[in-house]
Write a protein that binds this ligand. Structure first.
Ligand code: ASP
Length: 594
Protein backbone atom coordinates (compact mmCIF):
# COMPACT_ATOMS: atom_id res chain seq x y z
CA UNK A 1 0.00 0.00 0.00
CA UNK A 2 1.12 3.54 -0.69
CA UNK A 3 -0.21 4.45 2.76
CA UNK A 4 -0.19 2.86 6.18
CA UNK A 5 -2.92 4.98 7.79
CA UNK A 6 -6.13 6.61 6.65
CA UNK A 7 -6.37 10.38 6.94
CA UNK A 8 -9.64 10.32 8.88
CA UNK A 9 -8.55 7.82 11.52
CA UNK A 10 -5.79 9.88 13.17
CA UNK A 11 -6.51 10.80 16.82
CA UNK A 12 -4.68 11.81 19.96
CA UNK A 13 -3.52 8.24 20.51
CA UNK A 14 -1.49 8.41 17.29
CA UNK A 15 0.59 11.34 18.55
CA UNK A 16 4.29 10.62 18.11
CA UNK A 17 3.76 7.99 15.41
CA UNK A 18 5.28 8.32 12.00
CA UNK A 19 2.62 7.74 9.35
CA UNK A 20 2.40 7.57 5.59
CA UNK A 21 -0.79 8.94 4.08
CA UNK A 22 -2.09 9.17 0.54
CA UNK A 23 -5.05 11.13 -0.67
CA UNK A 24 -6.36 14.28 -2.28
CA UNK A 25 -5.61 17.90 -1.46
CA UNK A 26 -8.87 19.20 -0.08
CA UNK A 27 -7.55 22.72 0.38
CA UNK A 28 -4.15 24.28 0.52
CA UNK A 29 -3.58 27.38 2.64
CA UNK A 30 -0.33 29.32 2.51
CA UNK A 31 0.08 31.13 5.81
CA UNK A 32 3.33 32.81 4.80
CA UNK A 33 5.95 30.70 6.48
CA UNK A 34 3.82 27.60 6.93
CA UNK A 35 1.62 25.77 4.42
CA UNK A 36 -1.41 23.83 5.60
CA UNK A 37 -2.92 21.11 3.45
CA UNK A 38 -6.13 19.32 4.38
CA UNK A 39 -5.45 15.87 3.01
CA UNK A 40 -8.52 13.78 2.27
CA UNK A 41 -9.20 10.14 1.55
CA UNK A 42 -12.41 8.15 1.87
CA UNK A 43 -12.10 7.98 5.64
CA UNK A 44 -11.99 11.75 6.10
CA UNK A 45 -9.49 14.58 6.37
CA UNK A 46 -6.46 15.54 8.40
CA UNK A 47 -4.39 18.70 8.51
CA UNK A 48 -0.82 18.36 7.24
CA UNK A 49 1.72 21.10 8.08
CA UNK A 50 4.64 21.89 5.80
CA UNK A 51 7.39 23.81 7.56
CA UNK A 52 10.32 25.17 5.47
CA UNK A 53 12.67 24.83 8.43
CA UNK A 54 11.83 21.17 9.10
CA UNK A 55 11.51 19.82 5.53
CA UNK A 56 12.44 22.36 2.86
CA UNK A 57 11.88 20.03 -0.12
CA UNK A 58 8.41 18.99 1.05
CA UNK A 59 7.60 22.66 1.70
CA UNK A 60 8.63 23.64 -1.83
CA UNK A 61 6.39 20.91 -3.24
CA UNK A 62 3.49 21.97 -1.05
CA UNK A 63 3.67 25.47 -2.55
CA UNK A 64 2.84 23.94 -5.92
CA UNK A 65 -0.13 21.82 -4.99
CA UNK A 66 -3.73 22.83 -5.63
CA UNK A 67 -7.12 21.34 -4.80
CA UNK A 68 -7.54 17.71 -5.89
CA UNK A 69 -3.83 16.98 -6.43
CA UNK A 70 -3.09 13.42 -5.32
CA UNK A 71 -0.32 13.32 -2.70
CA UNK A 72 1.64 10.88 -0.66
CA UNK A 73 2.86 12.36 2.61
CA UNK A 74 5.11 11.00 5.30
CA UNK A 75 5.23 12.70 8.67
CA UNK A 76 4.81 12.66 12.45
CA UNK A 77 1.45 12.99 14.15
CA UNK A 78 1.51 15.73 16.75
CA UNK A 79 -1.08 17.45 18.92
CA UNK A 80 -2.41 20.75 17.67
CA UNK A 81 -1.78 23.73 19.92
CA UNK A 82 -4.77 24.26 22.26
CA UNK A 83 -6.09 27.29 20.38
CA UNK A 84 -5.84 25.50 17.02
CA UNK A 85 -8.00 22.49 17.97
CA UNK A 86 -10.93 22.13 15.55
CA UNK A 87 -13.87 20.51 17.34
CA UNK A 88 -15.82 20.19 14.04
CA UNK A 89 -13.27 17.77 12.60
CA UNK A 90 -12.91 14.22 13.96
CA UNK A 91 -9.14 14.61 13.47
CA UNK A 92 -9.26 18.17 14.79
CA UNK A 93 -7.03 17.54 17.82
CA UNK A 94 -4.01 16.49 15.76
CA UNK A 95 -2.02 17.37 12.67
CA UNK A 96 0.72 15.71 10.68
CA UNK A 97 4.08 17.43 10.45
CA UNK A 98 5.28 16.50 6.94
CA UNK A 99 8.82 15.26 6.46
CA UNK A 100 8.47 13.98 2.89
CA UNK A 101 5.91 14.39 0.20
CA UNK A 102 5.33 13.23 -3.40
CA UNK A 103 2.83 14.42 -5.95
CA UNK A 104 1.30 11.17 -7.26
CA UNK A 105 -0.80 13.05 -9.79
CA UNK A 106 -1.65 16.70 -10.34
CA UNK A 107 -5.18 17.92 -11.07
CA UNK A 108 -6.68 20.52 -13.33
CA UNK A 109 -8.66 23.21 -11.59
CA UNK A 110 -11.86 21.27 -10.85
CA UNK A 111 -15.02 22.60 -12.52
CA UNK A 112 -16.87 21.92 -9.28
CA UNK A 113 -15.19 22.15 -5.92
CA UNK A 114 -15.18 19.23 -3.56
CA UNK A 115 -14.84 21.37 -0.45
CA UNK A 116 -17.84 23.54 -1.15
CA UNK A 117 -21.21 22.81 -2.66
CA UNK A 118 -22.59 25.60 -4.73
CA UNK A 119 -25.93 25.39 -6.40
CA UNK A 120 -24.44 23.86 -9.53
CA UNK A 121 -26.46 22.73 -12.47
CA UNK A 122 -27.18 19.00 -12.17
CA UNK A 123 -25.83 18.34 -15.67
CA UNK A 124 -22.47 19.75 -14.60
CA UNK A 125 -22.50 17.68 -11.42
CA UNK A 126 -23.32 14.52 -13.36
CA UNK A 127 -20.74 15.22 -16.08
CA UNK A 128 -18.09 15.44 -13.35
CA UNK A 129 -19.75 12.88 -11.12
CA UNK A 130 -16.35 11.55 -9.97
CA UNK A 131 -15.68 14.96 -8.41
CA UNK A 132 -19.23 15.28 -7.10
CA UNK A 133 -18.97 11.87 -5.44
CA UNK A 134 -15.82 12.99 -3.60
CA UNK A 135 -18.00 15.40 -1.63
CA UNK A 136 -18.69 14.46 1.94
CA UNK A 137 -22.47 14.41 1.57
CA UNK A 138 -22.45 12.30 -1.58
CA UNK A 139 -19.84 9.92 -0.21
CA UNK A 140 -21.90 9.41 2.93
CA UNK A 141 -25.03 8.75 0.87
CA UNK A 142 -23.29 6.06 -1.17
CA UNK A 143 -21.82 4.48 1.97
CA UNK A 144 -25.24 4.53 3.62
CA UNK A 145 -26.69 2.80 0.58
CA UNK A 146 -24.02 0.13 0.86
CA UNK A 147 -24.88 -0.46 4.51
CA UNK A 148 -28.60 -0.66 3.74
CA UNK A 149 -28.08 -3.24 1.00
CA UNK A 150 -25.63 -5.21 3.14
CA UNK A 151 -28.12 -5.21 6.00
CA UNK A 152 -30.88 -6.48 3.72
CA UNK A 153 -28.72 -9.32 2.42
CA UNK A 154 -27.68 -10.44 5.91
CA UNK A 155 -31.19 -10.13 7.35
CA UNK A 156 -32.82 -12.15 4.58
CA UNK A 157 -30.05 -14.73 4.48
CA UNK A 158 -30.63 -15.39 8.17
CA UNK A 159 -34.29 -15.99 7.37
CA UNK A 160 -33.61 -18.56 4.69
CA UNK A 161 -34.07 -16.38 1.65
CA UNK A 162 -32.11 -17.22 -1.50
CA UNK A 163 -30.69 -14.45 -3.67
CA UNK A 164 -31.31 -15.31 -7.30
CA UNK A 165 -30.48 -13.20 -10.33
CA UNK A 166 -33.01 -12.90 -13.10
CA UNK A 167 -32.05 -11.77 -16.60
CA UNK A 168 -31.88 -8.17 -17.74
CA UNK A 169 -32.67 -9.19 -21.32
CA UNK A 170 -36.06 -10.79 -21.13
CA UNK A 171 -39.63 -10.34 -22.20
CA UNK A 172 -42.00 -7.51 -21.38
CA UNK A 173 -43.70 -7.61 -17.98
CA UNK A 174 -46.20 -4.82 -17.39
CA UNK A 175 -45.82 -2.44 -14.44
CA UNK A 176 -47.59 0.46 -16.08
CA UNK A 177 -44.67 1.97 -18.02
CA UNK A 178 -43.17 1.67 -21.49
CA UNK A 179 -40.52 -0.98 -22.06
CA UNK A 180 -36.91 -0.38 -22.97
CA UNK A 181 -36.15 -2.68 -25.86
CA UNK A 182 -32.98 -4.39 -27.04
CA UNK A 183 -32.96 -5.43 -30.70
CA UNK A 184 -31.94 -8.99 -31.45
CA UNK A 185 -29.21 -9.46 -34.06
CA UNK A 186 -29.98 -13.14 -34.51
CA UNK A 187 -33.73 -12.73 -34.87
CA UNK A 188 -34.35 -9.75 -37.13
CA UNK A 189 -37.36 -7.74 -36.05
CA UNK A 190 -37.44 -9.30 -32.57
CA UNK A 191 -36.62 -7.53 -29.35
CA UNK A 192 -35.78 -8.34 -25.78
CA UNK A 193 -37.41 -6.08 -23.20
CA UNK A 194 -35.56 -4.87 -20.13
CA UNK A 195 -37.60 -5.85 -17.06
CA UNK A 196 -39.93 -3.23 -15.59
CA UNK A 197 -39.59 -5.61 -12.63
CA UNK A 198 -38.74 -9.31 -12.26
CA UNK A 199 -42.41 -9.89 -11.37
CA UNK A 200 -43.21 -12.91 -13.52
CA UNK A 201 -39.85 -14.59 -13.02
CA UNK A 202 -40.04 -14.34 -9.24
CA UNK A 203 -43.47 -15.94 -9.39
CA UNK A 204 -42.04 -18.66 -11.61
CA UNK A 205 -39.27 -19.17 -9.00
CA UNK A 206 -42.06 -19.91 -6.52
CA UNK A 207 -43.46 -22.49 -8.93
CA UNK A 208 -39.89 -23.80 -9.08
CA UNK A 209 -40.04 -24.47 -5.35
CA UNK A 210 -37.58 -21.94 -3.90
CA UNK A 211 -40.17 -20.70 -1.37
CA UNK A 212 -38.17 -17.61 -0.34
CA UNK A 213 -36.47 -15.47 -2.98
CA UNK A 214 -34.97 -12.01 -3.04
CA UNK A 215 -32.86 -9.94 -5.37
CA UNK A 216 -31.39 -6.46 -5.39
CA UNK A 217 -32.95 -5.94 -8.77
CA UNK A 218 -32.53 -3.29 -11.43
CA UNK A 219 -35.84 -2.28 -12.99
CA UNK A 220 -36.21 -0.30 -16.18
CA UNK A 221 -39.21 1.87 -16.94
CA UNK A 222 -39.44 4.24 -19.86
CA UNK A 223 -41.68 6.76 -18.19
CA UNK A 224 -42.21 10.40 -18.94
CA UNK A 225 -39.53 11.99 -16.82
CA UNK A 226 -41.82 13.94 -14.55
CA UNK A 227 -41.02 14.40 -10.90
CA UNK A 228 -38.26 12.36 -9.36
CA UNK A 229 -38.09 9.44 -11.79
CA UNK A 230 -35.11 7.65 -13.26
CA UNK A 231 -35.07 5.34 -16.31
CA UNK A 232 -33.69 2.63 -14.05
CA UNK A 233 -34.06 2.08 -10.35
CA UNK A 234 -33.22 -0.60 -7.82
CA UNK A 235 -35.71 -2.64 -5.84
CA UNK A 236 -35.43 -5.15 -3.11
CA UNK A 237 -37.51 -7.68 -5.00
CA UNK A 238 -38.90 -10.39 -2.76
CA UNK A 239 -41.31 -13.31 -3.01
CA UNK A 240 -42.50 -16.03 -0.61
CA UNK A 241 -44.62 -19.14 -0.92
CA UNK A 242 -47.30 -20.37 1.49
CA UNK A 243 -47.77 -16.95 3.10
CA UNK A 244 -50.58 -14.58 3.87
CA UNK A 245 -50.50 -10.80 3.75
CA UNK A 246 -49.63 -10.48 7.44
CA UNK A 247 -46.51 -12.62 7.07
CA UNK A 248 -45.09 -10.26 4.49
CA UNK A 249 -46.00 -7.09 6.35
CA UNK A 250 -44.44 -8.44 9.54
CA UNK A 251 -41.25 -9.47 7.78
CA UNK A 252 -40.74 -6.06 6.17
CA UNK A 253 -41.65 -4.26 9.39
CA UNK A 254 -39.03 -6.25 11.31
CA UNK A 255 -36.45 -5.73 8.62
CA UNK A 256 -36.90 -1.96 8.58
CA UNK A 257 -37.05 -1.66 12.35
CA UNK A 258 -33.78 -3.59 12.77
CA UNK A 259 -32.18 -1.80 9.83
CA UNK A 260 -32.91 1.63 11.21
CA UNK A 261 -31.61 0.71 14.64
CA UNK A 262 -28.36 -0.19 12.92
CA UNK A 263 -27.89 2.37 10.15
CA UNK A 264 -29.76 5.46 11.36
CA UNK A 265 -30.23 5.04 15.13
CA UNK A 266 -30.99 8.76 15.52
CA UNK A 267 -34.30 8.35 13.66
CA UNK A 268 -37.56 7.36 15.33
CA UNK A 269 -40.34 5.09 14.05
CA UNK A 270 -44.02 4.59 14.73
CA UNK A 271 -44.30 1.12 16.21
CA UNK A 272 -46.14 -0.93 15.16
CA UNK A 273 -46.45 0.62 11.69
CA UNK A 274 -49.98 2.04 11.43
CA UNK A 275 -52.25 0.23 8.99
CA UNK A 276 -54.91 2.02 6.99
CA UNK A 277 -57.22 0.66 4.38
CA UNK A 278 -57.11 2.44 1.05
CA UNK A 279 -60.62 3.75 1.75
CA UNK A 280 -59.55 5.13 5.14
CA UNK A 281 -56.45 6.70 3.71
CA UNK A 282 -58.39 8.46 0.97
CA UNK A 283 -61.08 9.61 3.41
CA UNK A 284 -58.66 10.91 6.06
CA UNK A 285 -55.85 12.28 3.88
CA UNK A 286 -57.11 12.41 0.29
CA UNK A 287 -54.15 10.31 -0.87
CA UNK A 288 -52.91 6.72 -0.72
CA UNK A 289 -49.49 7.84 0.50
CA UNK A 290 -50.15 10.24 3.37
CA UNK A 291 -47.42 11.76 5.50
CA UNK A 292 -48.34 10.25 8.87
CA UNK A 293 -45.99 12.50 10.83
CA UNK A 294 -48.83 14.92 11.49
CA UNK A 295 -52.62 14.96 11.75
CA UNK A 296 -54.49 17.74 9.94
CA UNK A 297 -56.99 15.13 8.84
CA UNK A 298 -59.75 15.76 6.33
CA UNK A 299 -63.22 16.10 7.83
CA UNK A 300 -66.36 15.29 5.87
CA UNK A 301 -68.96 18.07 6.15
CA UNK A 302 -71.20 16.85 3.32
CA UNK A 303 -74.06 15.54 5.47
CA UNK A 304 -74.02 18.67 7.53
CA UNK A 305 -74.12 21.07 4.56
CA UNK A 306 -76.44 19.17 2.21
CA UNK A 307 -79.27 21.63 2.88
CA UNK A 308 -77.14 24.72 3.27
CA UNK A 309 -78.25 28.00 1.67
CA UNK A 310 -74.88 28.21 0.01
CA UNK A 311 -75.43 26.85 -3.46
CA UNK A 312 -71.95 25.50 -4.04
CA UNK A 313 -72.38 23.27 -0.98
CA UNK A 314 -75.92 22.01 -1.51
CA UNK A 315 -75.51 21.48 -5.23
CA UNK A 316 -72.26 19.58 -4.85
CA UNK A 317 -73.84 17.22 -2.35
CA UNK A 318 -76.96 16.80 -4.49
CA UNK A 319 -74.72 15.81 -7.42
CA UNK A 320 -73.01 13.12 -5.39
CA UNK A 321 -69.96 15.22 -4.55
CA UNK A 322 -68.36 15.97 -1.21
CA UNK A 323 -67.72 18.99 0.98
CA UNK A 324 -64.66 18.43 3.14
CA UNK A 325 -62.28 20.58 5.09
CA UNK A 326 -59.25 20.81 7.32
CA UNK A 327 -58.74 22.91 10.42
CA UNK A 328 -55.34 24.62 10.59
CA UNK A 329 -54.51 25.96 14.00
CA UNK A 330 -53.31 29.45 14.55
CA UNK A 331 -53.60 30.82 11.00
CA UNK A 332 -56.52 33.17 11.50
CA UNK A 333 -54.25 36.10 10.69
CA UNK A 334 -53.64 34.96 7.11
CA UNK A 335 -53.60 37.81 4.60
CA UNK A 336 -55.55 38.01 1.36
CA UNK A 337 -52.38 37.15 -0.50
CA UNK A 338 -51.71 34.06 1.60
CA UNK A 339 -55.30 32.92 1.11
CA UNK A 340 -55.00 33.48 -2.63
CA UNK A 341 -51.92 31.23 -2.67
CA UNK A 342 -53.87 28.50 -0.93
CA UNK A 343 -56.77 28.90 -3.35
CA UNK A 344 -54.31 28.55 -6.23
CA UNK A 345 -53.13 25.27 -4.72
CA UNK A 346 -56.71 24.00 -4.33
CA UNK A 347 -57.29 24.82 -7.99
CA UNK A 348 -54.19 22.90 -8.96
CA UNK A 349 -55.87 19.89 -7.38
CA UNK A 350 -58.84 20.51 -9.67
CA UNK A 351 -61.16 22.40 -7.30
CA UNK A 352 -63.23 25.29 -8.61
CA UNK A 353 -62.26 27.38 -5.60
CA UNK A 354 -61.46 27.39 -1.92
CA UNK A 355 -63.75 28.39 0.94
CA UNK A 356 -61.85 29.81 3.88
CA UNK A 357 -63.22 30.66 7.31
CA UNK A 358 -61.54 32.32 10.24
CA UNK A 359 -62.67 31.06 13.60
CA UNK A 360 -63.13 34.19 15.72
CA UNK A 361 -64.52 35.00 19.14
CA UNK A 362 -67.97 35.89 17.84
CA UNK A 363 -68.22 33.20 15.17
CA UNK A 364 -66.92 32.44 11.69
CA UNK A 365 -65.57 35.20 9.48
CA UNK A 366 -65.72 34.25 5.81
CA UNK A 367 -67.18 35.50 2.54
CA UNK A 368 -69.69 32.65 2.72
CA UNK A 369 -70.61 33.11 6.39
CA UNK A 370 -73.71 35.08 5.47
CA UNK A 371 -75.13 32.02 3.70
CA UNK A 372 -74.71 29.79 6.74
CA UNK A 373 -77.15 29.98 9.62
CA UNK A 374 -75.75 30.02 13.18
CA UNK A 375 -76.66 26.37 13.67
CA UNK A 376 -74.65 25.33 10.60
CA UNK A 377 -71.73 27.52 11.64
CA UNK A 378 -71.70 25.92 15.10
CA UNK A 379 -71.85 22.45 13.54
CA UNK A 380 -68.92 23.20 11.19
CA UNK A 381 -66.81 24.48 14.09
CA UNK A 382 -67.68 21.47 16.17
CA UNK A 383 -67.14 18.86 13.46
CA UNK A 384 -63.72 20.33 12.59
CA UNK A 385 -62.78 20.71 16.26
CA UNK A 386 -61.96 24.35 15.53
CA UNK A 387 -60.88 26.86 18.14
CA UNK A 388 -60.58 30.56 18.15
CA UNK A 389 -57.63 31.58 15.98
CA UNK A 390 -57.93 28.63 13.60
CA UNK A 391 -58.25 28.75 9.83
CA UNK A 392 -60.73 26.40 8.16
CA UNK A 393 -60.11 25.41 4.54
CA UNK A 394 -63.07 23.83 2.78
CA UNK A 395 -63.35 22.35 -0.70
CA UNK A 396 -66.48 21.13 -2.50
CA UNK A 397 -66.58 18.99 -5.61
CA UNK A 398 -66.36 15.45 -6.98
CA UNK A 399 -64.66 13.10 -4.45
CA UNK A 400 -61.47 12.77 -6.49
CA UNK A 401 -61.05 16.53 -6.82
CA UNK A 402 -61.77 17.18 -3.13
CA UNK A 403 -59.20 14.53 -2.21
CA UNK A 404 -56.52 15.90 -4.53
CA UNK A 405 -57.04 19.53 -3.47
CA UNK A 406 -57.13 18.88 0.25
CA UNK A 407 -54.11 16.58 0.00
CA UNK A 408 -52.18 19.49 -1.53
CA UNK A 409 -53.44 21.91 1.10
CA UNK A 410 -52.74 19.52 3.95
CA UNK A 411 -49.16 18.98 2.80
CA UNK A 412 -48.62 22.69 2.22
CA UNK A 413 -49.90 23.63 5.67
CA UNK A 414 -47.92 20.79 7.25
CA UNK A 415 -44.81 22.30 5.68
CA UNK A 416 -45.64 25.93 6.47
CA UNK A 417 -46.26 25.09 10.12
CA UNK A 418 -43.32 22.61 10.33
CA UNK A 419 -45.68 19.92 11.59
CA UNK A 420 -43.54 17.02 10.36
CA UNK A 421 -40.78 15.94 12.75
CA UNK A 422 -37.66 15.51 10.57
CA UNK A 423 -36.34 12.77 12.88
CA UNK A 424 -39.47 10.66 12.57
CA UNK A 425 -39.76 8.02 9.86
CA UNK A 426 -43.49 7.43 9.82
CA UNK A 427 -43.67 4.10 8.03
CA UNK A 428 -47.16 2.73 7.59
CA UNK A 429 -49.18 0.28 5.52
CA UNK A 430 -52.03 1.02 3.16
CA UNK A 431 -54.00 -2.16 2.44
CA UNK A 432 -57.10 -3.30 0.56
CA UNK A 433 -56.52 -1.32 -2.62
CA UNK A 434 -59.07 -1.64 -5.36
CA UNK A 435 -58.05 -4.33 -7.85
CA UNK A 436 -58.82 -2.20 -10.88
CA UNK A 437 -58.97 1.39 -11.96
CA UNK A 438 -60.95 2.76 -14.86
CA UNK A 439 -58.72 4.17 -17.57
CA UNK A 440 -60.67 7.12 -19.01
CA UNK A 441 -58.43 7.46 -22.04
CA UNK A 442 -58.52 3.84 -23.11
CA UNK A 443 -62.09 3.30 -21.92
CA UNK A 444 -61.24 0.09 -20.08
CA UNK A 445 -60.22 -1.34 -16.73
CA UNK A 446 -56.56 -1.33 -15.82
CA UNK A 447 -54.79 -3.12 -12.98
CA UNK A 448 -54.27 -0.79 -10.01
CA UNK A 449 -51.10 -2.71 -9.05
CA UNK A 450 -50.30 -5.22 -11.80
CA UNK A 451 -52.33 -7.97 -13.50
CA UNK A 452 -50.95 -10.73 -11.25
CA UNK A 453 -52.51 -9.39 -8.04
CA UNK A 454 -55.22 -11.54 -6.51
CA UNK A 455 -58.72 -10.24 -5.81
CA UNK A 456 -60.12 -10.71 -2.31
CA UNK A 457 -61.95 -14.02 -2.17
CA UNK A 458 -65.12 -12.42 -0.80
CA UNK A 459 -65.17 -9.88 -3.64
CA UNK A 460 -64.88 -12.47 -6.41
CA UNK A 461 -68.64 -12.44 -7.11
CA UNK A 462 -68.33 -8.73 -8.02
CA UNK A 463 -65.65 -9.36 -10.60
CA UNK A 464 -67.97 -9.23 -13.58
CA UNK A 465 -70.92 -7.31 -12.10
CA UNK A 466 -69.12 -4.41 -10.40
CA UNK A 467 -65.35 -4.63 -11.09
CA UNK A 468 -64.62 -1.21 -9.60
CA UNK A 469 -65.64 -2.42 -6.15
CA UNK A 470 -63.42 -5.49 -6.09
CA UNK A 471 -60.65 -5.13 -3.52
CA UNK A 472 -57.22 -6.67 -3.97
CA UNK A 473 -54.87 -8.51 -1.64
CA UNK A 474 -52.49 -5.66 -2.19
CA UNK A 475 -50.48 -3.44 0.15
CA UNK A 476 -48.26 -0.40 -0.07
CA UNK A 477 -45.55 0.60 2.34
CA UNK A 478 -45.52 4.36 2.84
CA UNK A 479 -43.16 6.72 4.65
CA UNK A 480 -43.33 10.48 5.16
CA UNK A 481 -45.53 11.06 2.13
CA UNK A 482 -43.76 8.66 -0.23
CA UNK A 483 -44.77 5.26 -1.52
CA UNK A 484 -41.85 2.99 -0.69
CA UNK A 485 -43.09 -0.41 -1.77
CA UNK A 486 -45.98 -2.21 -3.39
CA UNK A 487 -46.78 -5.84 -3.07
CA UNK A 488 -49.55 -8.35 -3.18
CA UNK A 489 -50.68 -11.89 -2.69
CA UNK A 490 -50.68 -13.24 -6.23
CA UNK A 491 -53.06 -15.19 -8.32
CA UNK A 492 -51.78 -18.78 -8.52
CA UNK A 493 -54.62 -20.40 -10.44
CA UNK A 494 -54.86 -20.36 -14.19
CA UNK A 495 -58.63 -19.86 -14.30
CA UNK A 496 -58.55 -16.79 -12.03
CA UNK A 497 -55.60 -15.29 -13.91
CA UNK A 498 -57.47 -15.78 -17.19
CA UNK A 499 -60.56 -14.06 -15.83
CA UNK A 500 -58.43 -11.05 -14.84
CA UNK A 501 -56.72 -10.88 -18.22
CA UNK A 502 -60.14 -10.92 -19.83
CA UNK A 503 -61.35 -8.09 -17.59
CA UNK A 504 -58.26 -6.09 -18.52
CA UNK A 505 -59.25 -6.41 -22.14
CA UNK A 506 -56.79 -9.06 -23.33
CA UNK A 507 -58.25 -11.42 -25.89
CA UNK A 508 -57.66 -15.13 -25.20
CA UNK A 509 -55.03 -15.18 -27.98
CA UNK A 510 -53.39 -12.04 -26.67
CA UNK A 511 -53.17 -13.37 -23.13
CA UNK A 512 -51.79 -16.62 -24.45
CA UNK A 513 -49.24 -14.85 -26.63
CA UNK A 514 -48.00 -12.52 -23.88
CA UNK A 515 -48.41 -14.59 -20.73
CA UNK A 516 -48.86 -18.17 -21.93
CA UNK A 517 -45.66 -19.21 -20.11
CA UNK A 518 -47.06 -18.05 -16.76
CA UNK A 519 -50.50 -19.54 -17.33
CA UNK A 520 -48.85 -22.82 -18.24
CA UNK A 521 -46.61 -22.71 -15.14
CA UNK A 522 -49.73 -22.32 -12.99
CA UNK A 523 -50.84 -25.73 -14.23
CA UNK A 524 -47.87 -27.56 -12.75
CA UNK A 525 -48.44 -27.14 -9.04
CA UNK A 526 -48.05 -23.41 -8.39
CA UNK A 527 -48.03 -22.77 -4.62
CA UNK A 528 -49.97 -19.87 -3.11
CA UNK A 529 -47.46 -17.02 -2.98
CA UNK A 530 -47.00 -13.31 -2.51
CA UNK A 531 -44.32 -10.67 -2.38
CA UNK A 532 -43.31 -7.07 -2.28
CA UNK A 533 -40.64 -4.80 -3.73
CA UNK A 534 -39.37 -1.84 -1.67
CA UNK A 535 -37.53 0.77 -3.72
CA UNK A 536 -33.96 0.96 -2.52
CA UNK A 537 -33.24 4.38 -3.98
CA UNK A 538 -36.23 5.97 -2.29
CA UNK A 539 -35.59 4.21 1.01
CA UNK A 540 -31.97 5.41 1.11
CA UNK A 541 -33.10 8.87 0.02
CA UNK A 542 -35.44 9.11 2.99
CA UNK A 543 -32.87 7.71 5.42
CA UNK A 544 -30.29 10.19 4.12
CA UNK A 545 -32.76 13.07 4.38
CA UNK A 546 -32.35 13.85 0.68
CA UNK A 547 -35.05 15.20 -1.61
CA UNK A 548 -34.15 13.33 -4.79
CA UNK A 549 -33.22 9.72 -5.52
CA UNK A 550 -30.46 11.11 -7.73
CA UNK A 551 -28.52 12.03 -4.61
CA UNK A 552 -28.26 8.39 -3.51
CA UNK A 553 -27.42 6.81 -6.89
CA UNK A 554 -23.79 6.72 -7.99
CA UNK A 555 -24.52 7.42 -11.65
CA UNK A 556 -28.06 8.65 -12.18
CA UNK A 557 -29.42 10.34 -15.26
CA UNK A 558 -30.71 13.86 -15.68
CA UNK A 559 -34.42 14.68 -15.79
CA UNK A 560 -34.08 14.36 -19.55
CA UNK A 561 -32.91 10.74 -19.14
CA UNK A 562 -29.36 11.57 -20.23
CA UNK A 563 -26.07 10.52 -18.75
CA UNK A 564 -23.74 13.49 -19.26
CA UNK A 565 -20.69 11.57 -18.00
CA UNK A 566 -20.81 8.62 -20.39
CA UNK A 567 -22.72 10.56 -23.01
CA UNK A 568 -25.71 8.27 -23.21
CA UNK A 569 -27.91 7.74 -25.08
CA UNK A 570 -25.74 8.07 -28.18
CA UNK A 571 -26.02 7.34 -31.89
CA UNK A 572 -24.38 4.12 -33.06
CA UNK A 573 -22.49 3.29 -36.23
CA UNK A 574 -24.14 2.39 -39.51
CA UNK A 575 -22.44 -0.98 -39.25
CA UNK A 576 -24.06 -1.75 -35.88
CA UNK A 577 -27.45 -0.72 -37.18
CA UNK A 578 -27.07 -2.87 -40.24
CA UNK A 579 -26.20 -5.91 -38.13
CA UNK A 580 -29.34 -5.30 -36.11
CA UNK A 581 -31.44 -4.86 -39.25
CA UNK A 582 -32.44 -1.39 -38.09
CA UNK A 583 -33.02 1.63 -40.25
CA UNK A 584 -33.41 5.07 -38.69
CA UNK A 585 -36.24 6.84 -40.45
CA UNK A 586 -35.08 10.33 -39.43
CA UNK A 587 -31.69 11.43 -38.20
CA UNK A 588 -31.30 11.40 -34.43
CA UNK A 589 -31.00 14.84 -32.84
CA UNK A 590 -27.49 15.93 -32.02
CA UNK A 591 -26.73 14.59 -28.57
CA UNK A 592 -25.23 16.57 -25.72
CA UNK A 593 -23.33 19.41 -27.32
CA UNK A 594 -19.87 19.36 -25.77
N1 ASP B 1 -43.41 -6.00 -9.13
C1 ASP B 1 -44.01 -5.06 -8.24
C2 ASP B 1 -43.46 -3.65 -8.51
O1 ASP B 1 -42.45 -3.51 -9.18
C3 ASP B 1 -43.80 -5.36 -6.80
C4 ASP B 1 -44.48 -6.63 -6.36
O2 ASP B 1 -45.67 -6.79 -6.62
O3 ASP B 1 -43.79 -7.41 -5.70
O4 ASP B 1 -44.02 -2.70 -8.05
Amino acid sequence: MLKDHHCGELRREHVGQEVTLAGWVHRQRDHGGLIFVDLRDRSGRVQVVFDPNEAPAAYEMAREVRSEYVLQVRGIVRPRPEDMVNPDMPTGEVEVQASQSTILNPSQTPPIYVFKEEDEDITLRLKYRYLDLRRERMKNNILLRHRVVKFIRDFLDERDFVEIETPIMTRSTPEGARDYLVPSRLYPGCFYALPQSPQQLKQILMVAGFERYFQIAHCFRDEDQRADRQPEHTQLDLEMSFVEQDDLLTLIEEMLTDMLAQVTPQKRLLSPFPRLTYAESMALYGTDKPDLRFGLELVDLSGLLADSQFRVFNQTVAEGGLVKGICVSGCADYSRRQLAELEELAKRGGAGGLVWMFCEEDGLRSPVAKFLDPEEQRAIVQRLGAQQGDLLLIVAGPPRVVAASLDLLRREMGQRLSLADPDLLAFGWVVDFPLLRWDEELGRWDAEHHPFTSPKEEDLPLLESDPGRVRANCYDLICNGYELASGSIRIHRRDVQERIFELLGYSVEDAQERFGHLLEAFEYGAPPHGGIAPGIDRLVMILAGEESIREVMAFPKTNQAQDPLMGAPAPVSEQQLRELHIQISSLPPKFLPK
